[in-house]
Design a protein. Structure first.
Length: 124
């Protein structure tokens, strides 16, 4: 399935393929984390050339570095050790900031809706 311009996250359903021998998802537009995979028969794995991020699952760390290259925010064995980067896209700080913005927007909308119902209830 390499070189198909697939995008989004790697489907979690891949985890439910216990007899999977080969998974080649190289040179697509996959993003997000690599799901925890542990097919006992998996012999060939390649996700290089995507937009994956986060730590490589331990169950896949036995595959060569070339299987994970060209994913700028991917880390962990066999690549470089993961570092705490507070400004990295998708970091916890960013998530908390977005949650705060989302909360404020929701509260504002609830206030508008409440005000609308109060005004509507006062009309004869």
């Amino acid at each position: 399935m390499s070189y198909n311009n697939f995008s989004g996250e790697i489907p979690l359903t891949v985890h439910h393929l216990p007899h999977l021998l080969t998974l080649r998802l190289a040179e697509n537009q996959f993003s997000g984390l690599i799901p925890e995979l542990n097919p006992p028969d998996l012999q060939d794995f390649n996700v290089s050339g995507n937009r994956l991020s986060g730590e490589i699952p331990r169950t896949l760390s036995t595959f060569s570095e070339s299987s994970f290259r060209q994913n700028l925010f991917l880390c962990g064995a066999p690549l470089e050790k993961c570092k705490a980067e507070p400004n990295k896209p998708g970091s916890e700080d960013e998530h908390v900031g977005m949650s705060f913005v989302d909360f404020n927007c929701k509260m504002f909308l609830l206030g508008c809706i409440d005000e609308h119902y109060e005004v509507a209830a006062q009309k004869p």
